[in-house]
Design a protein around this ligand. Structure first.
Ligand code: PA5
Length: 440
């Protein structure tokens, strides 16, 4: 079960600036957190509020369809997932954390030709399944890769290419949905009231994960637990982050998992917070330019780079550690003659070392008056990850409510897409394209 370890935050006093008075501040804010929780649950009934992710863990019908399809795709060895932003990061984070082995997943969320060439050269089309993921069905990067892979499949397989391509997109709208319908492709729906970065537990995440052999039922089971515990866990951590930013001048929030397999979660955390909370206007329409700056770090790797700055640089950062209570697999370190200099490691395990590094870092920060807290998960399994994912979505939603911004839109991201369409001459954007070229 996910737990928050918050102690230590009180003692991070620096100069005139006090640490958090955790108990009294939590007590003072409790009524407002309860009200935000209630309001989010209420607003979830309105599809326009984009809070559909709260109900996603209950959607066992979508899960059944995904599992049926995955069972029928036993012929595939490799799955190439084409998608970007919310259509890639959350699913990739889950894949890396759970490391299922039934198939190898390759996430393409970029436009660098070299890795695409290399991947095409490695794959056998006969045993490759391509999954194109896009809520809007029109994002240029995903569309471009779809063109490449569609041609590659047809060149190698002829008419059979259709069996090798599936799409995950809006249930009705967008060019990808229309294409899937016209060609009779397997197609899965992202509920209209679920936005990209909040779609981890829809077929955006469950389809690739089920194909790779992960226990997707357990994923949703964990997420349902996070729903039940949202007020007790996510509301609290959101409040701590909010207070640190707004009242203790800590606008940089570093998310630092210990365990390489959890780094993808940190990258998704950065997206969740940046895209949801970085807003020019609040809900009333006034200019606020709100949003803490999220930073993804990795322990212990970044102890040998970022930590110096985190401990001794500007007093503007707070660190959220993510730790596992147990590693699953572990490796015992052998005693080697001639290497007695490392005797202190003999008989210990890699995980013991990782834990000592995490604890050492936590203490080093605390001593220097740098605030941090820890999210504990039992292990990197489907149930714990499902709970962690839904927790992080709730945390973001609570933060949106505390900052008073709409956490579920991304006008800055959309504007960049529009400019790219215009520059590329997409139909309907010609005028803007002409203007942009003139201005260049
Ligand atoms: O969270 C978001 O809304 C974005 O990051 C989108 O997921 C991203 O822009 C990709 O959009 P789409 O899924 O429509 O291709």
């Amino acid at each position: 079960m996910l737990e928050l370890q918050l102690e230590g935050l009180e003692s991070t006093r620096v100069g005139s600036e006090s640490g958090l008075e955790l108990d009294s501040e939590l007590r003072a804010w409790e009524p407002s957190l309860r009200a935000h929780h209630q309001a989010l649950l209420e607003r979830a009934k309105d599809p326009a509020a984009m809070l559909g992710w709260i109900g996603v863990p209950e959607d066992t019908e979508a899960l059944r369809a995904v599992r049926r399809y995955a069972e029928g795709a036993a012929w595939a060895r490799d799955v190439v997932v084409l998608g970007i932003g919310g259509s890639a990061l959350p699913a990739r984070g889950l894949y890396e954390a759970l490391a299922p082995t039934a198939k190898t997943l390759h996430f393409l969320d970029h436009t660098d030709p070299l890795p695409v060439w290399r991947l095409l050269g490695q794959l056998a089309p006969e045993t490759t399944l391509v999954v194109a993921v896009s809520k809007s069905g029109s994002t240029a990067e995903t569309a471009a890769l779809l063109l490449v892979f569609r041609r590659w499949l047809e060149d190698a397989l002829g008419e059979d290419w259709r069996r090798h391509l599936a799409v995950v997109t809006d249930p009705e709208k967008g060019p990808l949905r229309a294409y899937a319908g016209n060609e009779g492709l397997a197609a899965f729906a992202i509920p209209p009231d679920v936005g990209g970065r909040f779609s981890a537990l829809t077929p955006v995440g469950t389809l690739p994960l089920a194909l790779a052999g992960a226990d997707v039922e357990k994923l949703l089971m964990g997420a349902r637990r996070a729903n039940r515990r949202a007020l007790e866990t996510a509301a609290k951590s959101a409040l701590v982050l909010y207070l640190l930013d707004r009242y203790r001048k800590k606008p940089v929030h570093v998310f630092m998992p210990y365990g390489r397999r959890l780094f993808g979660v940190a990258q998704w955390f950065a997206q969740l917070h940046a895209e949801s909370l970085g807003k020019a206007r609040n809900l009333e329409g006034s200019r606020v330019h709100a949003g803490p700056t999220p930073l993804a770090a990795l322990g212990p790797t970044d102890q040998h780079s970022l930590l110096q700055l985190l401990r001794e640089g500007p007093f503007d950062k707070a660190v959220v550690f993510l730790r596992m209570r147990e590693p699953g697999e572990d490796l015992t370190l052998p005693a080697i003659t001639g290497l007695e200099a490392f005797e202190y490691l003999f008989g210990k395990t890699l995980f013991t070392l990782q834990e000592a590094e995490a604890e050492g870092t936590r203490r080093a920060l605390l001593e220097a008056g740098r605030p941090s807290f820890t999210l504990w998960i039992d292990r990197a399994d489907a149930e714990s990850l499902g709970e962690l994912y839904q927790f992080l979505m709730w945390q973001t939603a609570f933060l949106g409510a505390l900052y008073g911004v709409n956490a579920f839109d991304q006008p800055g991201v959309e504007l960049a897409k529009v400019y790219a369409y215009a520059l590329l001459g997409r139909k309907g954007y010609e005028e803007m394209g002409k203007r942009l070229k003139e201005e260049a």
